[in-house]
Design a protein around this ligand. Structure first.
Ligand SMILES: [Zn+2]
Length: 49
């Protein structure tokens, strides 16, 4: 089941799998916020779509 995570900036990141969601969120955090986020943090904030 796809999952989504809404970033603090309002951007919504989506992934078909946990791995994809984590990778997409980490890329967004790095590119936009110059921030590193862990897999645990991503999954803790993720919701089912
Ligand atoms: Zn953001």
């Amino acid at each position: 089941m796809a999952k989504i995570m809404q970033c603090d900036c309002g951007h919504v990141v989506r992934g078909e799998t946990d791995d994809e969601l984590v990778a997409n969120v980490q890329r967004h955090a790095r590119e936009v916020h110059d921030m590193e986020i862990t897999r645990e943090q991503v999954l803790a904030m993720a919701r089912h779509e």
